[in-house]
Design a protein around this ligand. Structure first.
Ligand code: ATP
Ligand code: LTN
Length: 327
């Protein structure tokens, strides 16, 4: 069975972009693949945060993932920091990746522009991500479109390592959905919906109550020509709404556009469709959040299983690169 691995940062509330771009695929892949899903709390350290809040966020992320349909009997769900091989392999890979390669990463350029005193970890972030993936011999990595470049880097680093030191790593493929791979901010349709950018009205969170979802969709930025057609370049705001409606109803955005004349009608139906889509997740979230012990046991069992796999890969990589094995 092919392995999949993917990760999500516990850096803020889960939003529709995460759900549509990534998590729906994670849920679907549980049956087709040997699936490993990781709450990447070490990646979240690359930006400033309050320690107590970080702990809460990681727990909430686990509740969220279980609520969206991850089933610990069909996948391995764990916290990155609970498996020490992630940072150990990162070092080996950092000593093979180059400054030039990391300098080209658009997410780094983007995030470093938005923050003062940029941390070294933000720069080396993609190498930690490569370690996440390579440790598990993942053949497939379900992610949103924004992670395409990081996946390409992972492949290059793995290929180079294999060529230089022998066949250690499986070369992974990105699996990116055809609709909804890049859900845009409802207020700033030129940028992706994001956890780490403050945009209270532009980001629909999976746990938003119905009134808030309705409010945010109603206030979504469109355009003034009032012409209903799917054109992401010329009409990015409208395209986002059509994309979301397409995902919620299992159709193509162009078809959705044909069903509507007025933006207001589309917004009304979209809000209702999103409320319906998210309601069952919200119900289950509350149940998991109330049973902290059960969620912690899921993470502990997940880390134990992940650790077994990761240990073996790390030992292979360390031996290949020429570290003296411990006696
Ligand atoms: P940040 O903005 O802080 O980088 P994020 O919101 O991008 O966080 P991540 O934890 O980095 O969230 O990403 C989890 C998954 O969600 C990744 O596979 C990513 O590609 C996907 N994803 C994130 N934002 C979007 C989006 N707007 N549209 C589609 N997929 C997305
Ligand atoms: N960088 C990703 C999160 C991430 C990830 C991974 C995704 C960390 N490690 C491994 C897939 C596989 C992001 O920002 N969305």
């Amino acid at each position: 069975m092919v392995r999949v691995l993917s990760g999500i940062q516990p850096s803020g509330a889960l939003h529709l972009g995460n759900y549509i771009g990534a998590l729906r695929q994670w849920v679907a892949f549980q049956d087709e693949y040997d699936a490993f899903y990781c709450i990447v709390d070490l990646h979240a350290l690359t930006l400033e945060g309050d320690p107590a809040e970080r702990r809460d966020r990681a727990f909430e992320a686990a509740c969220n993932l279980l609520a969206t349909g991850l089933d610990p009997t069909r996948c391995t769900l764990f916290c990155q920091s609970h498996v020490p091989e992630h940072t150990r392999l990162t070092w080996l890979l950092e000593c093979t990746a180059t400054m030039g390669e990391l300098n080209r990463m658009t997410q780094f350029k983007d995030k470093s522009r938005r923050h003062e005193a940029v941390r070294v970890g933000l720069f080396t972030y993609p190498v930690l991500m490569a370690a996440d993936i390579l440790l598990y011999d993942a053949g497939a990595v379900p992610v949103g479109d924004d992670q395409r470049q990081h996946l390409e880097l992972t492949r290059e680093v793995a290929q180079r390592f294999n060529n230089r030191y022998g066949e250690v790593f499986t070369i992974p493929e990105a699996v990116i959905p055809t609709v909804g791979a890049r859900v845009m901010d409802l207020q700033h349709p030129e940028r992706k919906m994001s956890k780490s950018v403050e945009s209270p009205l532009g980001t629909v969170n999976v746990l938003d109550p119905p009134e808030q979802i309705e409010h945010k969709v109603k206030r979504a930025v469109t355009d003034t020509d009032g012409e209903m057609r799917y054109d992401p370049d010329a009409k990015p705001g409208l395209a986002t709404l059509l994309d979301l409606m397409a995902v919620a109803t299992g159709r193509r955005p162009q078809e959705v556009a044909q069903d509507y004349g007025r933006y207001g009608d589309l917004k009304r139906d979209l809000a209702a469709a999103l409320v319906e889509l998210l309601e069952p997740i919200q119900k289950r979230y509350a149940e998991f959040a109330d049973d902290r012990g059960a969620v912690e046991r899921v993470l502990a069992a997940g880390a134990e299983h992940a650790h077994e796999v990761a240990q073996a890969t790390y030992a292979r990589a360390a031996a290949a690169i020429g570290l003296l094995p411990p006696a």
